[in-house]
Design a protein around this ligand. Structure first.
Ligand code: S3P
Length: 450
């Protein structure tokens, strides 16, 4: 479902220290995959800690439209009765994926090797995003797609009734493309192979193995080679979704820039394909520690502790780290504004095709808050003003992008003048409890009377 309510303008004020414990919700990437693979297994998969954000709820609804039975128990545990690999049935209506690029691209993969038609749409943000990067490899299985110009949504995908397996090298570092091909490969006979030059988040590979698929990753001359045997019988699982490092990034970064802060963010997954932001912050001189490091269901995890860090300095973020923190550049640029010196962020062309053009959205808003930003097609640079040096005082366009909205709301918590966004509604796609959680830590939010 698209975010179609009236815009929700929201402001934050500076001056308050953030203190306490921030229990952030479940991982968005893992939540989508748990619902999709649960729907492709035979029997009942139970999922605790599922992110109940709009993006994931839209994927749950899509699974039901394809024939799975999806329900939520009173204790918050979700149940998915799957139909087995190859068992989806043609949906009766258009599948609306709302704001979610991950949802629509993974679902396209999942239906591409079923011999029926599915029409996908989404909100204004999603209808503007490129889908050719997924429909092109899916055409190699035998699927056909008919979309708007540039392959954009609404788009009808006619799945291959008699699919062939595929060998595909991803042209850009994208876990969504990789995952779409692997999900399609599930219902193709023989071996489907994906080669990726740079490692992207590997939740699909881990979860496919957990559901009993035969999948192997090995290094090769062109990058990681991932080989999946088609037509497995997936066994239902009991899944505890870990907490989302991409959501943890907001209370962590807000604590680093707000004077007097000390925040604990417990039980965060530190899968190396996701943890690039925390490494970067530590290199910048952030007082960010990993407490109780441990293993949670095969993934490294720890409690993050972030304290106000007035001594941070800008760095050059290595471009080979980009995939492991691709969703965190907006909030990193906010931290960079409060650091001394320049933060360079090269090798990030992908930021231009997220829920918004994130370089343009952040650069415009940061400039309106008094911060100098330079940018090119695949890089940007923030000139830090040091702690206490950020003016603020702007109302910024969130552009239907949850991470842009949350980034500027965090900036307002440490700027001299209040900062706001024109619409905080999209925050509900990934972090529905952002406002109460940050308020409980001490942040001041305000809705303007209009
Ligand atoms: C995701 C992959 C990333 C990321 C998105 C979630 C996933 O997108 O930006 O928020 O769950 O696979 P790309 O694969 O397009 O980089």
């Amino acid at each position: 479902m698209s975010h179609s309510g009236a815009p929700d303008p929201l402001f934050t004020h500076g001056g308050a220290a953030l203190r306490g414990t921030a229990e952030v919700p479940g991982d968005k990437s893992i939540s989508h995959r748990a619902l999709i693979l649960g729907a492709m297994a035979v029997g009942e998969t139970r999922i605790s800690g599922l992110l109940e954000g709009q993006d994931v709820l839209d994927t749950g609804r899509a699974m039901a439209a394809l024939g799975a039975i999806v329900s939520r128990g009173e204790d918050g545990t979700w149940s998915v009765h799957g139909v087995g690999v190859g068992g989806f049935s043609e949906p009766e209506d258009i599948v609306d994926c709302g704001n979610s690029g991950t949802g629509v691209r993974l679902l396209m993969g999942a239906v591409a090797t079923h011999g029926f038609a599915t029409t996908f749409t989404g909100d204004a943000s999603l209808r503007g995003r490129p889908m050719g990067r997924v429909t092109q490899p899916l055409s190699l299985f035998g699927a056909q797609s008919h979309g708007r110009s540039g392959g954009r949504l609404p788009l009808t995908l006619i799945g291959a009734a008699d699919p062939v397996p595929v060998h595909y090298a991803t042209p850009v570092a994208s876990a969504q493309i990789k995952s779409a091909v692997l999900l399609a490969g599930l219902n193709a006979p023989g071996e489907t192979v994906v080669v990726e030059r740079e490692a992207t988040r590997d939740h699909s590979e881990r979860m496919l193995a957990g559901f009993g698929a035969t999948i192997e990753t090995r290094p090769g001359p062109e990058g990681r080679i991932i080989t999946l045997q088609g037509r497995p019988e997936l066994r239902p699982q009991t899944i505890a979704v870990p907490r989302d490092p991409s959501s943890a990034a907001f209370p962590v970064c807000a604590a680093l820039i707000c004077e007097g802060s000390d925040v604990l963010v417990p039980n965060i997954g530190l899968n190396p394909t996701r943890a690039g932001l925390f490494e970067t912050l530590r290199e910048m001189g952030a007082d960010l520690t990993y407490e109780n490091p441990r293993d949670e269901g095969g993934e490294p995890a720890a409690d993050l502790r972030a304290r106000f860090s007035p001594e941070m300095r800008g760095i050059t973020v290595p471009s080979e780290r980009a995939a492991s923190m691709i969703d965190e550049y907006p909030i990193l640029s906010v931290v960079a504004a409060f650091a001394e010196g320049v933060t360079d962020m090269p090798g990030v062309a992908e930021l231009r095709v997220k829920e918004s053009d994130r370089i343009d959205a952040m650069a415009s808003g940061l400039r309106a808050c008094g911060i100098e930003v330079d940018e090119g097609p695949d890089w940007w640079r923030v000139h830090g003003r040091g702690p206490g040096g950020v003016e603020g005082g702007a109302r910024v366009a969130a552009r239907l992008d949850h991470r842009i909205a949350m980034s500027f709301l965090c900036l307002g918590m440490a700027a001299r003048k209040p900062v706001g966004v024109d619409d905080a509604g999209p925050v509900a796609t990934s972090f529905p409890v952002f406002e109460p959680l940050m308020t409980a830590l001490g942040a001041h939010f305000e809705r303007p009377v209009e």
